[in-house]
Design a protein around this ligand. Structure first.
Ligand code: ATP
Length: 447
């Protein structure tokens, strides 16, 4: 984990929040590369679960919601963790985070556990009284449930269908840590998939499989993922069944995403609190039914950490070590780097022209500082899949080399074919499938 934290800091993926003021516990800022990686993760998720499906639509609900939502959802009463305090050092702990009954820090005696509600409270409007209390949402899910009727009426979707949402959530966690794994402000990617009762088990299994495959298709090693079914005693108050997709983080196995069968709990609760009907007319039986809900709930930040951990690699490189991120091209913050072989004006001009052109399609870096070897390493370290090198011969024959990150193989192709070739390679085509006039330049190794 230290290596990931240090790389993230050094290369501008993730910085401590308000760092010049000494930081703010458990809050992090995504830097120039981090924001791209995060956007790419969200885009990949949206593409898979919304764009490519005809049984899903998107939503972007507000963070602040009517306070009664949290009463109906059970969060006001039940969204709590057991808090204990050390009588000697006064550190506070979540008592189900460790075994034993002494302070994990100093061995002191602990207080009896008391339930601590994890919702952040604030006030709406200029008067700070009980009537104006609102909460920062602790999950995006409720915004979806309360819009079930709106979406149903405006889209005319039939069961089964889902609503997907990406957005910030806030939890006043007692213990945070492990970098961006557990923070008090984070982003979720949630699906609420509405199905006919009786088909819920089948859809639950379907979504567990779908979501597992999503991580694998984006490069996470299968052996670093596992499914963990919740025992009866562990199930949340709304859940009939729940499975976590765990990832083998540097600190051990931990939840990456939770998939729950929420039954009809949420729609029934909101209908009873509001008096509004949240049902669906079943054409076959000519009856109003309350759909069951399957919820795959993922964390953007946790996924990002898993993608970083899984991609991180070190290879011997003569006397040094080559650090690289094997990020999937869809996720890589920078897709292509344009590197003139030297700072000679004619080369720089040609390379900058290329840079301006490729930027129309992708996030592209330009780098002409230091040796070409060092520049390749800099790109490897941030996971850039391809480097395009412009050399003196390029000025004569209008060709450039493409160098691939993981194998360091190189091909040389006409500059006129560069965009289409890069597009194909970024979509997964083998490097050695060449456009007309192209040739294998260097197979492996780097001088
Ligand atoms: P945990 O047991 O780790 O606290 P949870 O079971 O409370 O997580 P859920 O309520 O199922 O989490 O939330 C769904 C997803 O949201 C989690 O799988 C995780 O990816 C993300 N998530 C939840 N809490 C946090 C947090 N404090 N920081 C970062 N991500 C979080």
């Amino acid at each position: 984990m230290e290596k990931i934290v240090s790389l993230s800091r050094r290369r501008g993926f993730i910085f401590p929040s308000s760092e010049i003021y000494g930081g703010l516990s458990s809050c992090w800022d995504y830097g120039p590369l981090g924001v791209e990686l995060k956007r790419n993760i969200k885009q990949a998720w949206w593409r898979t679960v919304v764009q490519e499906r005809d049984d899903m639509v998107g939503l972007d609900a507000s963070i602040l919601m009517h306070p009664q939502v949290w009463e109906a959802s059970g969060h006001l009463k039940g969204f709590s963790d057991p808090l204990v305090e050390c009588k000697s050092c006064h550190l506070r702990w979540r008592s189900d985070d460790f075994k034993g009954d002494i302070c994990p820090s100093c061995g002191g005696e602990l207080t009896e556990p008391r339930m601590f509600n994890l919702m952040f409270k604030t006030f709406m409007g200029p008067i700070e009284d009980a009537a104006s209390v609102v909460y920062l949402r602790p999950e995006t899910a409720q915004g979806i449930f309360v819009n079930f009727g709106n979406v149903l009426n405006t889209t005319r979707k039939r069961l089964p269908f889902g609503i997907a949402q990406i957005g910030k959530a806030f939890r006043n966690e007692i213990t945070t840590g492990n970098f961006i794994f557990r923070t008090r402000e984070f982003e979720q990617m949630e699906i609420e998939f509405f199905v006919k009762p009786g088909t819920d088990k089948q859809w639950f299994d379907y979504w567990v499989e779908e979501r597992l495959n999503w991580y694998v298709n984006l490069g996470i090693k299968r052996e670093n993922l596992r499914l963990r079914q919740h025992g009866e005693d562990e199930l949340a108050h709304y859940a009939r069944e729940c499975s976590d997709i765990d990832y083998l983080f540097p600190m051990g196995w931990a939840e990456l995403e939770g998939i729950a069968n929420r039954g009809d709990f949420d729609l029934v609760q909101h209908a009873s609190y509001t008096g509004k009907s949240l049902t669906y007319f079943n054409e076959e039986t000519k009856q109003q039914i309350v759909p069951y809900i399957i919820e795959p709930s993922a964390g953007v930040d946790r996924s990002l950490l898993a993608f970083l951990c899984d991609a991180y690699d070190e290879e011997p490189d003569q006397e040094e070590i080559r650090v690289l991120l094997h990020l999937h091209p869809d996720l890589a913050p920078i897709k292509v780097a344009v590197l003139p072989l030297s700072r000679r004006e004619s080369l720089v001009t040609a390379a900058k022209e290329l840079y301006a052109d490729l930027r129309q399609c992708w996030m592209v870096n330009y780098d002409d500082a230091q040796s070409i070897g060092r520049r390749y390493r800099r790109q490897d370290e941030i996971g850039t899949p391809f480097c395009v090198t412009v050399d003196f011969q390029s000025l004569e024959d209008n060709q450039a080399t493409i160098r691939e990150r993981d194998t360091m193989n190189q091909i040389r192709i006409p500059i006129s074919a560069l965009k289409t070739t890069l597009a194909a390679k970024l979509s997964g085509e083998d490097l050695f499938i060449l456009p007309p006039g192209g040739q294998i330049w260097k197979g492996g190794g780097e001088g």
